[in-house]
Design a protein. Structure first.
Length: 135
């Protein structure tokens, strides 16, 4: 799983395999993605959750932190010295942002669930999608 499912590639490798007429099975979770399956919505979120579980962000400090130049940290992050690190709510925020992108939640609902403004949702999705592993 380390070579096909990782934080830097997201679920791109899995999509390539499934599009190439291959089934992908995750023994740890029991999830099987059949060839030809469209990886959207619930399937996409499940795969992202598996990726996060296999490779927790805080195991790889260089992937989990960003330089902090001052000001308020982005949603889902907190300041540690001169770096931004993922907060305890990071996974929940990523899930809600992905649900907004997938059309499951409205912008207003996503903002309410996270506790931020609608403009913050737009900024996270449009300006910082890689920070939240958005697909």
């Amino acid at each position: 799983p380390d070579t096909i499912c990782n934080r830097s590639e997201g679920i791109g490798n899995i999509e390539t395999l499934v599009d190439g007429n291959n089934n992908v099975h995750f023994a740890v979770s029991g999830l099987t993605v059949q060839s030809g399956t469209s990886i959207t919505g619930t399937t996409k979120r499940a795969l992202i959750s598996i990726t996060d579980a296999l490779h927790p962000a805080h195991e790889h400090d260089t992937e989990a932190t960003y330089a902090w130049s001052g000001g308020r940290p982005p949603i889902g992050f907190e300041v540690d010295g001169d770096r931004l690190v993922e907060s305890e709510d990071y996974s929940r925020i990523c899930r809600i942002l992905q649900q907004y992108i997938d059309g499951i939640k409205s912008q207003r609902r996503a903002a309410k669930d996270i506790g931020c403004s609608r403009a913050t949702i737009v900024n996270a999705v449009e300006k910082r999608p890689s920070m939240y592993n958005l697909q």
